[in-house]
Design a binder for this molecule. Sequence first.
Ligand SMILES: Cc1cc2nc3c(=O)[nH]c(=O)nc-3n(C[C@H](O)[C@H](O)[C@H](O)COP(=O)(O)O)c2cc1C
Length: 221
Amino acid sequence: MEFVDVVRRRRMVRDYDPHRPVPPEVIDRLMEHAIRAPSAGFSQGWAFLVLTEQADRELFWSASTPERPVGEPPASAAEEGQSKWLAGMRHAPLIIVPLSHRDAYLDRYAEPDKGWTDRDEARWPVPYWHIDTGFAALLILLTAVDEGLGACFFGIPPERTGAFRVAFDVPDPYTPVGAITVGYRAPDLRSPSSRRGRRPQEQVVHWGRWRTEADPALAGS
Ligand SMILES: Cc1cc2nc3c(=O)[nH]c(=O)nc-3n(C[C@H](O)[C@H](O)[C@H](O)COP(=O)(O)O)c2cc1C
């Protein structure tokens, strides 16, 4: 597939054919591309938990999603949306959890060519460990499109991160930045967020100076 088509066709897919697993060689390509992501100081402080077995995926969903008493109807529109969302997402035959490893960055930047021996986190403009793991996640999303698959990146709620860690024996210095479901697409519900529409370049790109259309410097031009 042409790169431009990969980028344009990518969207988050929230339902999958539950009977069509992702072939192992395709999973391997997803991961091979993930580790081609750029990383500050080439720290590569990332890790990926790959769940293909049904029991493991069930464990993921039970650990990472909010509990609602069985048989009780949803209390709000948001809860109803969440339950429909979960029903589709649970069909995914593959879940990949990208985790960032802060200490790998602090260690790497304490090396002589960087020299940040105090390991002070205030030195970092933003936490590059999360950024780089996000870059890797995007490569997984794009590779999924190139392979004819659908995928969705989503967050693990902070109050469920502890349960997720315990369920999968994840060591403390690793933080799940989110999770990615992958599979062959089934008809799905678009997120209500998509109604917001894509913000055009004119709103987000600032040429030369930070001017907006409301800026008097542009009045009459
Ligand atoms: C950091 C991040 C967190 C997201 N969390 C969720 C989520 O929890 N559930 C979900 O369904 N989609 C989630 N999304 C997907 C966004 O809703 C989606 O990217 C956005 O609506 C634009 O749609 P598109 O990616 O299909 O073009 C997340 C995306 C990002 C980048």
